[in-house]
Design a protein around this ligand. Sequence first.
Ligand SMILES: Cc1cc2nc3c(=O)[nH]c(=O)nc-3n(C[C@H](O)[C@H](O)[C@H](O)COP(=O)(O)OP(=O)(O)OC[C@H]3O[C@@H](n4cnc5c(N)ncnc54)[C@H](O)[C@@H]3O)c2cc1C
Ligand SMILES: *[C@@H]1O[C@H](CO)[C@@H](O)[C@H](O)[C@H]1NC(C)=O
Ligand SMILES: *[C@@H]1O[C@H](CO)[C@@H](O)[C@H](O)[C@H]1NC(C)=O
Ligand SMILES: *[C@@H]1O[C@H](CO)[C@@H](O)[C@H](O)[C@H]1NC(C)=O
Ligand SMILES: *[C@@H]1O[C@H](CO)[C@@H](O)[C@H](O)[C@H]1NC(C)=O
Ligand SMILES: *[C@@H]1O[C@H](CO)[C@@H](O)[C@H](O)[C@H]1NC(C)=O
Ligand SMILES: *[C@@H]1O[C@H](CO)[C@@H](O)[C@H](O)[C@H]1NC(C)=O
Ligand SMILES: *[C@@H]1O[C@H](CO)[C@@H](O)[C@H](O)[C@H]1NC(C)=O
Ligand SMILES: *[C@@H]1O[C@H](CO)[C@@H](O)[C@H](O)[C@H]1NC(C)=O
Ligand SMILES: *[C@@H]1O[C@H](CO)[C@@H](O)[C@H](O)[C@H]1NC(C)=O
Length: 512
Amino acid sequence: MQLLLPVVGLSLSGLAYATSSSAKASATTTGYLSTSSGTLQIPDGTSCACKQLAHSLPKSVLLPGSTNYTTETVDKLWDIRADLSPACVFVPNTAAEVSEAIKIIGSCGAQFAVRGGGHMNYPGANNIDAGVLIGLTNLDTITVKNDSVEVGPGLNWYQVYSALEPYGRGCIGGRMKTIGVPGLSLIGGFHYFNNKHGYAMDNVLSYDIVIGNGTLITVNKTSHSDLFWALKGGANNYGIVTKFELQTYSVPNISTTIQVFNETNIPYFLDAVCEAAKLNDDDPIAAGMIATVTYNATTKVAQGSVLGVQEGVSIPPSQFANFTKIPAVERINNVTTLKPWADTLDSPKQMMRVQFSHRTMKPDSAVLYSIYQAWKAAVDEIADVQGLYPTFVTNVISATSVRPAKTNGVGNVWGLEEEPLVIFQLSTGWDLAQDDLRVEAWSRQLVEHLHGINKNLGIASEFIYMGDAGEWQDPYAGFPAENVARMREVRSAYDPEGVFSILSWGGFKLGL
Ligand SMILES: Cc1cc2nc3c(=O)[nH]c(=O)nc-3n(C[C@H](O)[C@H](O)[C@H](O)COP(=O)(O)OP(=O)(O)OC[C@H]3O[C@@H](n4cnc5c(N)ncnc54)[C@H](O)[C@@H]3O)c2cc1C
Ligand SMILES: *[C@@H]1O[C@H](CO)[C@@H](O)[C@H](O)[C@H]1NC(C)=O
Ligand SMILES: *[C@@H]1O[C@H](CO)[C@@H](O)[C@H](O)[C@H]1NC(C)=O
Ligand SMILES: *[C@@H]1O[C@H](CO)[C@@H](O)[C@H](O)[C@H]1NC(C)=O
Ligand SMILES: *[C@@H]1O[C@H](CO)[C@@H](O)[C@H](O)[C@H]1NC(C)=O
Ligand SMILES: *[C@@H]1O[C@H](CO)[C@@H](O)[C@H](O)[C@H]1NC(C)=O
Ligand SMILES: *[C@@H]1O[C@H](CO)[C@@H](O)[C@H](O)[C@H]1NC(C)=O
Ligand SMILES: *[C@@H]1O[C@H](CO)[C@@H](O)[C@H](O)[C@H]1NC(C)=O
Ligand SMILES: *[C@@H]1O[C@H](CO)[C@@H](O)[C@H](O)[C@H]1NC(C)=O
Ligand SMILES: *[C@@H]1O[C@H](CO)[C@@H](O)[C@H](O)[C@H]1NC(C)=O
């Protein structure tokens, strides 16, 4: 398995990867914090919160200099750019401790950040300099029920699939092993089975959430239904979720396919991606994929790859027939289960500095191919960037993936119509901090240029997915205006003081 997959942009198990030097912060109680990148001044609000947290809940507070502090502020983050130095880290052991911490943080007026699986890949989204970091590591309980599973936000998707495996059940979560449950569930959630069951957010039955005044509430279809809706795509604007209850489905087996294509066949590969987006069966077979192109600017070799998963045991999986008919460099079909499949798809933390950016379009394979070509030519222009790791990723949104939100009586904040869309994403890795601004400028300019062409062609969509976005992109601008207005009303009702807007300012925030 390991030998054939240097093609997937997001590294698979067994691939060697560089470990970064840890951010070395030295302990302080003086109001200053020395880090590898300089001296940080600790604001009064932060000092107040760290002192009170250490007084009330000493076992749950980590200070700079301890091993576990480095684990929480560096090792658990995917993007090396996101390594920062909080004044203290609060690692709650119960939802009641989250509640107490939010009361302290709010009364002190301390800035803070919240981290689940640590995969949102930009600085500030899940970590903070000189503020309080809340690391959800220890909220890791999982309870399997007949048709659902209750999951703590300290867990990743592999842990969830592992717990469901003995029951022959699965759920709509991440496609790779170590993506966190909370971030993915709160921003949307692309999974292999979206085409049948909608997105991860559509499959959350209940949330336990600590809101801005520190109150823990249970939110579901009948209790706080306005917040229930807003949490379906509303990200980290409303509070800290301490438990998710997720719908599960019978998934005793999956039929998988791994296919790798050489450059000659990339047009056909991208055409098959567009055809998959357009599928619109009344009773779809659950099937979906990770479809990427990698390009090595040194060797000039480009390769397309699809990692496809379909429910059931039919082999080869029927929903990937348009890929299967293309001549492949490698092709492996297998019948397995979700757990071992996810086990092979790791995305190691601290692998590299990474910039995401993307745009969305109607499926037009000729245009998508020209976008790929423009990307490849643009990669050549930055070929000298040390450690360059460029990947062109596609994600499909089919009409049937949108349908559950249209019919379940709840909906979600995306408000998409039942029409096929394709996301083209640039995932660009590199080694050195000195190249941060250069790679960001490159990625931003390229993706906006390509989107401009699509607008002229009349095939652009303004939809932006938080999980694939660059930090400058505004997902809310792509949601229906009435949904954004409603999200703001819900925010006013549940967090009138702006604890989760002003004090916790990182990540994709609704804004004023
Ligand atoms: C390698 C890789 C593969 C990916 N694959 C997929 C995929 O298959 N499908 C997909 O949809 N997306 C995918 N993504 C995107 C991914 O869903 C997002 O990065 C998501 O935010 C990750 O969740 P997390 O818990 O790991 O992240 P974190 O960085 O911990 O959290 C993300 C955001 O949510 C907030 N947050 C975390 N926990 C809570 C909580 N309990 N309550 C309130 N707010 C909270 C954080 O403050 C942060 O702003 C992938 C990303 C990477 C880097
Ligand atoms: C540090 O982390 C380890 C491993 O998770 C844990 O066993 C230990 O209790 C932690 N120590 C503190 C002080 O939190
Ligand atoms: C769960 O399944 C078990 C075994 O099939 C059954 O006995 C039990 O009644 C079910 N519980 C609920 C709440 O449906
Ligand atoms: C919603 O949560 C409330 C409060 O916990 C509970 O009483 C109610 O039964 C739940 N409703 C549903 C539909 O689960
Ligand atoms: C499907 O899963 C069941 C239950 O896990 C297992 O017993 C069976 O062998 C699997 N079938 C195939 C074809 O792998
Ligand atoms: C790709 O493979 C096809 C057939 O398998 C072959 O004809 C073609 O020359 C190959 N292209 C490249 C760039 O290797
Ligand atoms: C395969 O492509 C054809 C068009 O060439 C399309 O009609 C069909 O729906 C596609 N099938 C799948 C499973 O993507
Ligand atoms: C196929 O699936 C089986 C069962 O999960 C697994 O043991 C085996 O390693 C898989 N083979 C490949 C080539 O992935
Ligand atoms: C590109 O190829 C070179 C030479 O084989 C190799 O050293 C480098 O790691 C490759 N880059 C990527 C991103 O795979
Ligand atoms: C906390 O906020 C909620 C929502 O605004 C409100 O209903 C509740 O009364 C508040 N609780 C306290 C203790 O202020």
